[in-house]
Ligand binder design. Structure first.
Ligand code: IDP
Ligand code: MG
Length: 149
């Protein structure tokens, strides 16, 4: 089973969208294995977004992501990395179709509500960066056999 790292960014928390966002992943059938609310340090923000260091939007991105609490989670399921990106939608919310989280809830690229790992390497790196292994729960939802054949 694959795992991915998701974060509801400060705009999503401030706007009271944690519940609706988490619901979409739960309703799809993905399993929560890690979940916490935290204010992100500058150090963690810069490590998390290291691939964007040096880009014009980087300083604003780091100050935005550290500006209030985020909700960090790890999801597990078949194909969850790509499926979560599809549920989240395009980086620019105005290009994200209705039905995606960014398409339904966002307008500006710098207020696009959610982060989701973009591949297996970034998922492993980001999960290790945000969660210690003992903070992730190994469990089997009672409904598993009604989601997977
Ligand atoms: P992603 O979140 O869809 O994976 P990335 O290209 O990895 O998009 O960019 C990381 C985050 O940086 C975006 O979610 C967005 O918040 C911010 N960002 C990306 N490009 C721009 C930009 O051109 N202007 C402002 N913010 C940007
Ligand atoms: Mg990205």
């Amino acid at each position: 089973m694959e795992r991915t790292f998701i974060a509801v960014k400060p705009d999503g928390v401030q706007r009271g969208l944690v519940g609706p966002i988490l619901s979409r992943f739960e309703q799809k059938g993905f399993k929560l294995v890690g979940l916490k609310l935290m204010v992100v340090s500058k150090e963690l923000a810069e490590k998390h977004y290291a691939e964007h260091a040096g880009k014009p939007f980087f300083p604003g991105l780091v100050s935005f992501i550290t500006s209030g609490p985020v909700v960090a989670l790890v999801l597990e399921g078949k194909g969850v990395i790509a499926a979560a990106r599809a549920i989240i939608g395009a980086t620019n919310p105005l290009n994200a179709p209705p039905g995606t989280l960014r398409g339904d809830f966002g307008i500006d690229i710098g207020r696009n509500l959610i982060h989701g790992s973009d591949g297996p390497e970034s998922a492993s790196r980001e999960i290790a960066l945000w969660f210690s292994p003992d903070a992730l729960a190994d469990w089997t939802p009672a409904v598993s056999t009604w989601i997977y054949e």
